[in-house]
Design a protein around this ligand. Structure first.
Ligand SMILES: Nc1ncnc2c1ncn2[C@@H]1O[C@H](COP(=O)(O)OP(=O)(O)OP(=O)(O)O)[C@@H](O)[C@H]1O
Ligand SMILES: [Mg+2]
Length: 385
């Protein structure tokens, strides 16, 4: 299953957004255009649907309250609206549609409250809140049905799907020194601190098979690397990754992850995530710390992984190398353009002059990225003086 369409109103810096999504999506735009905010919608829905202590109130609170997530550009219609369409495969008819409208209580604790919550299955609406129970007890509108197992049995597939959404923004330092930060790990571990635990929890056969695929990729990307393995520290029992590098001194020995390079760690995290499950994967700027030669191979790598397991991948990026791959289709690229009225989002293939250049054989990187450079950027040169 994948998210084939998303519609937003008043979500952070998007007043309005309506996007068709493919198996791979590349979100591009200048700094502060809203790339991370767009990825955050999927995490927000996951946080609502989470079975262990999720829910609407917590998801909103973690983001600083309704006033932080509602678009500052919103004037008369202060409702935050999110709608997703789920389909079995891209271009298939929709299986599910889920939509919610959220507002802030006008009195009291100013908590988030639902203006509506609706679900469609195969085109037929099967949930329409507020219902008569909600009207007689408005407190009920502080919880979605998505977060309650006793109310969502007819559409359980939606919360199940959302629960397994993964967000990866791997910070090598946090992974490397994970044990010194123990107790400070963020919930859902977006920065990869618990990455080694995840590898450790994986059943041994699957773990071996994934690590051997990663090892093969690393041998190409990291010239001296020869072998990669998982091990536990004999004394502390802590999980570790170890790599054998070819070295001028024979038997120089295995190195553990605290000695891996930033790029090696990020690549391991990225490849592991691609192999991990078949739900939506959100990748935040995967190009960071990687050599541009490797970055230019990421898009085809994601494509190849998707042939084995149908994992939808949404990537935010600034990288020309990543977008230089000729296999990227204009329908897979979402271009964000900020303005005073909020950011607008367009699928690159739907912009006529972009399409003309793509058809003429230019790559997405060549055509789309120049449009994300802020006007007046040359003024940064004054820092030279
Ligand atoms: N409620 C809101 N209403 C309007 N704008 C908001 C709201 N919340 C955040 N923003 C704006 O969104 C912008 C940040 O967006 P985001 O972090 O998604 O950018 P980005 O495209 O990921 O940038 P970068 O490339 O630097 O990572 C900031 O300028 C911030 O002011
Ligand atoms: Mg960002």
């Amino acid at each position: 299953m994948l998210v084939s369409r998303i519609t937003l109103k008043n979500w952070r810096n998007f007043r309005k957004l309506d996007l068709a999504l493919r198996d791979r999506v590349f979100i591009v735009g200048p700094n502060a255009a809203g790339k991370s905010n767009l990825l955050d919608v999927f995490r927000f829905l996951r946080d609502i649907a989470k079975s262990d202590g999720g829910g609407l109130q917590k998801a909103v609170k973690e983001r600083g309250g309704v006033s932080k997530i509602r678009s500052l550009a919103a004037r008369r219609d202060p409702l935050i609206e999110i709608e997703i369409v789920l389909s079995e495969a891209v271009d298939d008819v929709p299986l599910w549609k889920y939509s919610i409208g959220i507002r802030q209580e006008t009195r009291g604790y100013r908590q988030a409250t639902l203006d509506y919550e609706r679900v469609w299955k195969n085109g037929n609406q099967i949930l329409n809140r507020p219902d008569s129970n909600d009207r007689s007890d408005p407190e009920r509108l502080k919880q979605t049905f998505l977060e309650q197992v006793n109310t969502n049995s007819e559409f359980r597939e939606i919360p199940k799907y959302l629960q397994s959404v993964t967000y990866l923004h791997l910070v090598p330092q946090l992974l490397r020194y994970a044990s010194s930060f123990k107790g400070y790990t963020l919930e859902d571990d977006p920065f990869g601190q618990g990455f080694l635990e995840r590898v450790a929890k994986c059943p041994s056969r699957t773990q071996k098979s994934r690590l051997s695929k990663i090892e093969n990729a690393l041998k190409v990307a990291v010239p001296q690397l020869q072998q990669l393995k998982f091990e536990r520290d004999a004394e502390t029992g802590r999980p570790h990754l170890a790599a054998l590098h070819s070295h001028w001194r024979p038997n120089a020995g295995w190195q553990r992850e605290d000695q891996f390079s930033d790029g090696t760690l990020r690549l391991i995290g990225l490849l592991w995530s691609l192999l991990e499950s078949d739900s939506l994967l959100l990748l935040e700027e995967p190009e960071l710390s990687l050599n541009s030669g490797i970055v230019s191979k990421l898009a085809p790598l994601i494509y190849r992984m998707q042939r084995q397991r149908k994992r939808q991948v949404i990537v935010s990026t600034h990288s020309e190398a990543l977008l230089s791959d000729a296999g990227i289709d204009g329908r897979e690229v979402c271009l964000l353009t900020p303005s005073t009225e909020g950011t607008s989002a367009e699928v690159a293939a739907q912009v006529d002059d972009i399409l003309a250049l793509l058809d003429a054989g230019l790559s997405v990187g060549e055509v789309v990225l120049p449009r994300t450079i802020p006007e007046g950027i040359e003024q940064l040169d004054i820092f030279d003086e």
